[in-house]
Design a protein around this ligand. Structure first.
Ligand code: GLU
Length: 426
């Protein structure tokens, strides 16, 4: 790992602990639901957590050993499910928290899965295609005993994509000696991927955007939107919103951000962005990502990495609503400040669940060997997003809690019930 990567990872570890925040919310919800300590104890950490070391032959002939993780949070409801991220900032606690959040996403969306998550500490932006392929295959060899179409089903996440899923599926099929498309989702179409998977997270967010703006009486055409992140999720979402007539006034990427009160030319930005979703380096009037978050808008959509909205900037955000497209972009302390300021947060575990929902459709299609058209996928996704949104709003009103806590309540109830009937807890 480069020094810079090490610094990012240490910074991440020192400044934040997403796992503690997951546990804090879980504790509060278990108390509200009057569950025994055993339920909290069962769900506070993944049931299984693996650390692997992956030797990879680099292009210059040297060998680099990468560290990777796979967490399986809970399989009371069904096999575990969740993406694999390739990023220098990956930490063990982050992967554990992300797996827990996947259990909640599957719970609110009523999918027959528990949560899983994987991560490899690496910087794909500094690696060649050959190195990335060898790392992807090496990771699958390292975890092949514990994953599978009925055990734990990976998918894309930060800096992984359909090509990486294809290598992983191919490696798994080689090891198992049979064709296993249902081992992983987010594959290219030709290998059993689903239509609509690539845009699924953004489409789901787009439905959530429409539901929350309607609920809050914000007219679509007048809404000013800022999207931090211009990768797979942020760029498709910017396009959907732009096509609908919303004014996307700001976007950010790994190099900085751009903001224009009258609205950005999204189609031209999409044309000019590179494969890692960066475009702002082409502009001279760039601002920083932190400045972007504080610019005036109606809807702020963090669609990059976690821990962007913190206690240090929450008081200065210029938005009315936050829709979390990234996983874990708002810290618990920041959320309390936003709540006091009357800013509504639509949590990641609801807002970005479109990805895993269409992953589920992909897995069902792989299992049945019959494939649906895009109209069917679109309709099923919209129904799922609307049902989840309704459930979250109803529960939040019934118990007087935030939407995040409402989602925890719905999902934890389901996990606890499954664990109870299995005889795992009394
Ligand atoms: N990585 C995505 C997420 O965080 C998708 C997971 C999946 O499709 O299984 O929800």
């Amino acid at each position: 790992m480069s020094v810079q990567a090490k610094e990012i990872s240490q910074l991440h570890e020192e400044k934040s602990n997403p796992l503690q925040e997951f546990q804090q919310h879980l504790r509060e919800v278990c108390e509200l639901l009057q569950y025994s300590e055993a339920v909290y104890d069962l769900l506070k950490e993944p049931l299984r957590f693996f650390k692997v070391r992956i030797p990879v032959r680099m292009d210059d002939g040297t060998t680099q050993v990468f560290t990777g993780y796979r967490a399986q949070h809970n399989d009371a409801v069904g096999p575990t499910k969740g993406g694999i991220r390739f990023h220098p900032g990956v930490t063990a606690d982050e992967v554990k928290a992300l797996a827990g959040w996947m259990s909640l996403k599957c719970g609110i969306a009523d999918l027959p899965y528990g949560g899983g998550k994987g991560g490899v500490i690496c910087d794909p932006r500094q690696m060649s295609t050959g190195e990335l392929e060898r790392l992807s295959r090496g990771y699958v060899r390292a975890i092949s005993q514990i994953v599978g179409p009925t055990k734990d089903i990976p998918a894309p996440d930060v800096f992984t994509n359909p090509q990486i899923m294809a290598w992983m599926m191919d490696e798994y099929s080689e090891i198992r000696e049979f064709e296993s498309p249902g081992f992983i989702t987010g594959k290219p179409l030709v290998l059993g991927g689903s239509v609509g998977r690539e845009t699924a997270t953004s489409k789901g967010l787009y439905h959530i955007y429409n539901l929350i703006t309607r609920m809050k009486g914000i007219p679509v055409r007048e809404a000013r939107v800022i999207i931090q992140g211009f990768g797979n999720v942020g760029s498709y979402l910017a396009n959907f919103l732009h096509e609908q007539g919303a004014r996307v006034v700001g976007i950010g990427d790994a190099n900085g951000a751009i903001y224009k009160e009258s609205g950005l030319d999204i189609p031209s930005l999409l044309d000019r962005r590179d494969s890692f979703g960066t475009v702002t380096h082409l502009f001279t009037d760039k601002i920083s990502n932190q400045e972007l978050l504080e610019k005036p808008c109606d809807i702020l959509i963090p669609a990059a990495l976690g821990r962007q909205i913190t206690k240090d900037n929450a008081a200065r955000l210029g938005c009315k609503i936050v829709i979390e497209a990234a996983n874990g972009p708002t810290t618990a302390e920041a959320e309390s400040i936003l709540e006091e300021r009357g800013i509504v947060v639509v949590p990641d575990i609801l807002a970005n669940s479109g990805g895993v929902i269409v992953s589920y459709f992909e897995w069902v299609q792989n299992n049945q060997g019959f494939y649906w058209d895009s109209a069917t996928i679109d309709k099923l996704l919209q129904e799922k997003m609307e049902q989840s949104f309704r459930k979250a709003v109803e529960t939040s009103q019934q118990y007087g809690v935030s939407m995040r806590k409402a989602v925890y309540m719905v999902a934890v109830k389901r996990l606890a019930e499954a664990a109870y009937v299995r005889g795992w807890v009394q």
